[in-house]
Design a protein around this ligand. Structure first.
Ligand code: WTA
Length: 659
């Protein structure tokens, strides 16, 4: 390495903070630091700034109705349509500009201008209507990263039918559970997709899922992605997407007027218990918040080419591939495949070719890029990049600095954005045109967001101490409830720190179930989940869901699942399993457990390590000591074992993990 490179490396290594580049600040959407005060002094009216980014059919009368906390309502009295906001209103100025640049894994591409997207969304809206989809019917979309997914989402929004997107990597069982929970009678799915160059069937999995649905299903529509590569079964009256589109060629469907608080979509996510939670998001609050954060944090301008590499099956893709960017009229890139196919420079090839301005990805991806080496990005001209972002899990300072240097050329601000499925959009991050960046720390709460770090009693902890993150005031993008389950909504998110008897909104505190640390500048470092939820490669998985899948396997008596540290994935699934009499923990059972987890949830939940043990460490009252199992998985010094009923098993398990 030449001397100046060594010096540069050393300087980066030591630096604890970075200022936004002047060239960025000069053009930033938000560059005046008074915005923090303005929002605070003018709360909640400050949120008109978000509302102003939308076109309203009927103006709202009240920004926030907090009369029935925690069932807050935003922009009440207003009405609008999300699809009209993402499409119709851009047609005059940007009709011929690309809305979606789709890139298939095999290198095939499709460009949808705003006019193209508008046309196909209209046609598909007409097709959905013809299939009997009515306003407020939940339509399930079980689809991979094909353009027809955002098209179907916007078509649902156009006719006022909430969508429930189920990640394509989820299993048939997971699809059935979600359709049952939402009483969804309509499904749009796909024959398959490509992974690492190979066609992967999806339709049979969808069929299997439909077999588990406990009510009549009115319509099933299938997108044909694989063409002749895979002759998918269509034996139960399913309809072909392309045929429907051509039957409805040129159809125009007037966007349905939705009240601000009408549901836009449901998104299922993992929680402490085995049952996934149906997070409900509404039309005006969610859309305005996705648009506002896309504007203020991602610095999106209509003329940009912006790329979020998440999957639309997760909330990140909903808010920051589809709704936020399209509401702002920009070009959103959508990539079907994996980052290492055909080679490990695939992302950088796309950035160069499309002259991407902003890249938003996950720390787990950055850690993989680091491992692969900087020669891959070096093959490409990445100078179009203006801003970088991360989401989904904490980013370690080394990965942050690698991203800053090797992808951003020390010339792009990085936004480390903390948020959740439930929050709808970003909550804690620096503003890229204003804030000093500190690698590893997400930053201060966004303007208007009242987040704190507290102890178990709800008292704020001082700088430097770890505690729990809370959000003390509502915000427009917040979930409104859990679908059909107001009680669980309160017990999961509010009961911990609120006076649940109170009518005063000031007594209601939202608990995201994350640990956090505050520094002297008010920056928040998010430490990770404090409930039984794992974060594997930025994907949220409930330990209880995985445990119940394992216990369902023949030969398993008991199981405990914890997260163990993993260099690339962040966390990996460690399963400790007790076998039933007559079974041994051999390869056969190992394979059946892996298959059981894949069937119940999907390959993302596959255990990294399965440890067969005659006993699990338990307290005298019979509770499994997960903390100890975590320490074992992480090969850390063990915590206190004195309260155990069976301390001798610990050493035994430890030996097995180290083998
Ligand atoms: C974690 C993804 C640290 C956190 C948008 C949260 C993060 C969970 C960050 C939500 C971040 C998300 N730093 N941790 N920047 N962003 N998390 O619902 O534990 O899939 O509670 O939403 O991811 O995951 P979800």
């Amino acid at each position: 390495m030449p001397d100046d490179t060594v010096e540069l490396e050393a300087r980066l290594e030591e630096a604890e903070s970075f200022e936004p580049p002047e060239s960025f600040v000069a053009q930033a959407n938000v560059a005046d630091e008074e915005i923090y005060e303005e929002f605070e002094e003018n709360w909640p009216e400050c949120w008109e700034r978000a509302g102003d980014l939308l076109d309203w059919k009927e103006d709202y009368d009240t920004v926030l109705d907090d009369g029935n906390a925690p069932f807050y309502e935003w922009f009440t009295g207003g009405s609008l349509n999300a699809s009209a906001n993402c499409l119709d209103r851009h047609l005059d100025d940007r009709g011929d500009e690309p809305a979606i640049e789709w890139i298939g894994e095999l290198g095939d591409t499709r460009t949808y201008t705003y006019s193209d997207l508008h046309r196909e969304v209209n046609e598909f809206s007409a097709a959905l209507r013809e299939q009997g989809v009515e306003e407020d019917d939940v339509v399930t979309l079980y689809m991979p990263m094909v353009p027809e997914l955002p098209i179907a989402m916007l078509a649902c929004a156009r006719i006022g039918a909430p969508h429930s997107v189920v990640f394509a990597g989820f299993s048939a069982d997971a699809l059935a559970t979600r359709m049952n929970s939402a009483d969804s009678e309509h499904l749009v799915t796909c024959d398959g997709y490509y992974r690492r160059g190979d066609p992967l069937q999806h339709k049979e999995k969808a069929d299997e899922g439909l077999g588990g649905v406990d009510h009549d299903v009115e319509s099933v529509i299938v997108v044909n992605r694989l063409g002749d590569e895979y002759d998918h079964p269509m034996e139960n009256g399913e309809l072909d997407y392309d045929e429907l589109i051509s039957e409805h060629e040129g159809a125009e469907v007037e966007p349905v007027t939705r009240d601000a608080e009408d549901m836009l979509f449901l998104m299922y996510t993992s929680g402490t218990t085995g049952q996934p939670k149906g997070v409900k998001h509404t039309t005006a609050g969610y859309l305005s918040y996705a648009a506002w954060t896309s504007h203020a944090v991602l610095d999106i301008k209509p003329e940009d080419t912006y790329w979020c590499s998440a999957d639309i099956g997760w909330i990140t893709g909903h808010s920051y591939i589809v709704y936020g960017p399209l509401a702002l009229g920009t070009t959103s890139v959508m990539y079907e495949g994996t980052p290492d196919y055909p080679d490990k420079d695939r992302l950088w090839e796309i950035v160069e070719e499309y002259e991407v301005d902003q890249l938003y990805t996950a720390p787990t991806a950055i850690r993989a890029f680091m491992k692969w080496g900087s020669e891959y990005p070096e093959r490409h001209d990445l100078s179009s990049l203006r801003l970088l972002g991360t989401v989904g899990e904490p980013i370690n300072p080394r990965a942050w600095k690698w991203y800053y240097k090797h992808i951003g050329n020390e010339d792009c601000p990085i936004v480390d954005t903390w948020w959740q499925t439930e929050t709808g959009g970003m909550m804690v991050t620096t503003l890229p045109g204003i804030g000093t960046m500190k690698p590893g720390s997400a930053g201060p709460p966004l303007p208007g967001i009242d987040a704190k770090v507290v102890d178990t009693k709800g008292e704020e902890v001082g700088a430097g101490r770890a505690g729990y993150l809370t959000v003390n005031k509502p915000w427009p993008g917040m979930l409104r409830t859990l679908y059909n389950n107001d009680e669980r909504f309160i017990s999961e998110y509010w009961a911990e720190y609120s006076d649940t008897e109170s009518d005063d909104p000031a007594d209601w505190v939202y608990f995201p179930e994350d640990g956090a640390k505050l520094d002297e500048d008010g920056y928040i470092t998010v430490l990770g989940r404090v409930d039984d939820v794992l974060n594997v490669s930025g994907h949220r998985l409930g330990t209880m869901e995985i445990e119940s899948a394992i216990v369902g396997v023949e030969g398993v008596a008991e199981a405990a699942v914890v997260g163990g540290h993993h260099d690339v994935k962040g966390e990996a699934v460690y399963a400790y399993v007790i076998t039933e009499e007559g079974y041994d923990g051999g390869d056969d059972l190992h394979e059946r457990i892996v298959a059981g987890v894949e069937d119940a949830i999907g390959p993302i939940a596959r255990p990294e390590e399965i440890v067969f043990t005659p006993e699990l460490p338990k307290t005298r009252s019979g509770k499994i000591m997960r903390r100890l199992l975590e320490d074992i998985a992480n090969e850390e010094e063990l915590g206190d074992t004195s309260t155990l009923r069976n301390p001798e098993v610990v050493e035994d398990i430890q030996k097995k993990v180290q083998e």
